[in-house]
Every structure is written in C-alpha cells, then in structure tokens.
Ligand binder design. Structure first.
Ligand code: NAI
Ligand code: MG
Length: 358
C-alpha cells in the first residue's frame, strides 16, 4: 500500500522553541525515510514574537483556517523577555487551544533509562503516569476584568469557569485513557473543600461518569495533598485528571520528579478529531539557555512521537521513543539531565540510533 502522507504546521515561535522544533523536524524526516511507512511534510509558520513586532499580532487573522489546512501542528514555545507573558501566551497558544477546542491536554511522565530523577531513589517503574489536563476552560477561561487602574483600590477578577459539558468530556476522556492502560487506575484532582461550586461539580460529574467505567478503579485527591502523594507514594498513581491550573502546576512537578522538564511532552487534542491537534513540549522559551545550543530536544521529539501516534502511526511512534530511550541510556544527554551533550549532539545521536535500529 502507498504510505500515508501527513502535512504538519510547524510553529517554532520563540526562544529554545526554535532550536528544538528544527531538531525534531530533522529527526521525524529521518524516521520517515528509514521506516518508509509514512511520508511527512512540515510547513513553517512564522508566528511568534518577531511576527508580533512586525504585524502587531502574534498570529495571522486567519489562524484557525490556516491550522485546519494541516493534519496537526508541532509547536515550540511562545514568550520573549521584552513582551509581557500574558500578551504572548494569549496572543498565540491560547488563541489556538480554546477556539480549536483542543480540550484534552495529555502529558505522559516517565523516568527515562540512564537519567537520574529528582525523586530520590525512584526508578523507572515507580513513575509511569499519564496526566490529563482540562485545556479549554476553568481558571484559564479568560473571564475577568480590571478596574480603577493604578488607584490604591485597583481591582482585578479572574473568574474560573466550569461547565457540565467541559467537565464531562474531559472526565470521559480521562476514564477512557485510564481504561486503556494496564493498571486501569484514575485519580481525580480537585480542591472541592475550598472551591465549593465549580470543583464540587467536578466531583459530582466524576462520580456520574465513573458508572460507565466499572473496570476503572478511581479515587479523589485535593490538589495540595496530591503534591505530597506524588512525592511520597508515586507508585500509587497512574492516570491523573484535573483542572487547567492544577494540572499546569502538577505537570511541571511531575516532569521535575521524573528527571527534567527537558523531556516532558504534551498533546493538545481535539478528541472529536474535528480540528487538528497540536503537539508541543511542556517547557517554555527558556531565556536563560536560549542560543547556547544546550536545550534538551527530547521533550519535542517525544511530542512528535505522540503526534505520529495520534495521526495513526503507532509503530513509528514506538520506534522513535525506543531510539530516545537508547540515546538516554547511553548517557548522551544535555546538562539538564546531568550530561554534557548539546541539542545537536543529542539530535545526531537519535538520528544514528534510528538508522541503527532498522
Ligand atoms: P521555561 O520552561 O522556559 O524554563 C524553566 C526552566 O527550565 C529554566 O531554567 C529553563 O532553562 C529550563 N528548561 C526548560 N526547557 C528546557 C529544555 N528543553 N532543556 C533544558 N532546560 C530547559 O519556563 P519559564 O522560565 O517560566 O518561562 C519562560 C518563557 O516561556 C515565558 O515567556 C513563559 O511565558 C513562556 N512559556 C511558554 C510556554 C508555552 O509556550 N507552552 C510554556 C511555559 C512558559
Ligand atoms: Mg506550564
């Protein structure tokens, strides 16, 4: 049969995003050539802070139609030292996630072979989590306002929005994800003791949806206690679901516990597949290391593997992840993982490993 062809929008944007996305394109193109089971074409889209400085906006006016012309997007990071972070984030990433209804943000977390997790004594088998973050509403819904600017009584509100539709669809997605994993274990994170409206609704809907998944074991945690459990009893966790803000924070913690934010991938999915999904490393622009050539590209490689899996190439995805694991196991890592290699060094090693594996 003829290999499937995929068209990908590449949006490196800012900072180390530019360095890691170009490395990922190199790796995926090599994978495509070596395996011969799919072909792939990346189209560069120049949105980001440079674009903003020239055009007064982070994305073009037809942003959604543009992205709908591709099978998926591979995104780097948005944010620059000389633009306020809320302008850049809302200008680009949040201008895509909400309107395209990429409501499930999925973040697998594992300890890679040969790396040292921050969690003392933890081994690969102790941390194998799937974090599911509600990605379209909640605390990041953008509801709020500011009044009496610069007065002593200056006032701002940030209103969290929780809807039955929004909670139910992410809950169902999380139960399905847990059901597909060997342990069939789901932890629902809220803070429904102090947030007595929206997060009580989360608990209520979790209980309702759970009835459709009798084979999934589930429990509830308050987010503060969850940080303790992640550190003291990581083995007790498998799939985890929570709100936009809570999982934003917990996924950074999870990535650090398992090794480094430099390997953490994420998928922004429209599970209905009406809109193309977006794949990106969890990390940001990392101004402190931009241009030094030492950004860890693994998070973006792993994100690209998640993209291939989503597009219908699970074999290629697995192949790429094996190559990443072997390169880490061989000790070829960037400084964030304790090694002394570079972005290019790791990229070249992954490419060699892909050739060797075949
Ligand atoms: P950050 O993730 O950029 O950096 C946090 C720390 O992790 C830094 O010490 C950095 O050097 C390190 N780090 C991150 N990625 C790494 C990698 N691949 N390899 C090695 N080390 C890595 O978070 P920060 O500093 O809070 O944000 C910087 C900028 O990025 C801000 O403008 C922020 O708004 C933006 N940002 C954008 C995101 C996105 O586009 N999805 C996500 C997070 C932050
Ligand atoms: Mg974050």
């Amino acid at each position: 049969s003829t290999p499937h062809h995929y068209r990908i929008a590449s949006i490196p944007a800012d900072g180390i995003g530019i360095e890691v996305v170009s490395a990922a394109i190199e790796v995926v193109e090599k994978l495509s050539k070596v395996l011969g089971v799919f072909t792939i074409e990346f189209t560069h889209i120049p949105w980001g802070t440079e674009y903003y400085k020239q055009n007064g906006r982070y994305v073009s006016a037809d942003v959604l139609d543009t992205l709908r012309g591709y099978d998926a997007s591979l995104f780097g990071s948005v944010g620059a030292p000389d633009v306020p972070d809320h302008i850049s984030l809302w200008g680009l990433l949040l201008a895509i996630r909400g309107p395209l209804q990429l409501y499930a943000n999925v973040r697998p977390v594992r300890v890679f072979p040969g790396t040292t997790p921050y969690l003392r004594g933890a081994e690969a088998k102790d941390i194998d989590w799937l974090l599911v973050r509600e990605n379209s509403e909640g605390e990041y819904a953008g509801h709020g306002g500011t009044s009496h600017i610069d007065q002593p009584w200056e006032t701002a509100t940030e209103v969290a929005i929780f809807t039955r539709v929004g909670i139910e669809r992410i809950m169902r997605f999380a139960f399905e994800a847990a059901q597909r994993r060997p342990r069939k274990l789901l932890t629902v994170v809220t803070k429904s003791n102090s947030m007595r409206n929206g997060l009580v609704l989360w608990d209520k809907i979790a209980a309702e949806v759970s009835k459709d998944f009798p084979d999934v074991k589930w429990d509830k945690m308050l987010v503060d206690a969850m940080t303790i459990r992640m550190v003291t009893n990581p083995k007790s966790l498998d799939t985890i679901v929570g709100t936009n803000l809570h999982m934003d924070i917990l996924s950074d913690l999870a990535a650090a516990l398992a090794g480094s934010i430099g390997i953490a991938p994420s998928s922004n999915l429209d599970p209905t597949r009406k809109n193309p999904s977006l794949f990106e490393p969890v990390h940001g622009s990392a101004f402190d290391i931009t241009g030094k050539g030492i950004a860890n590209p693994i998070a973006t490689f792993w994100s690209a593997a998640e993209m291939l899996d989503w597009l219908g190439e699970p074999g290629a995805a697995k192949y790429l992840i094996t190559a990443l694991e072997n390169v880490c196991a061989a000790g070829i890592t960037t400084p964030d993982l304790g090694g002394n290699s570079t972005t290019k060094g790791v990229t070249d090693a992954v490419i060699k490993e892909i050739e060797k594996l075949h």
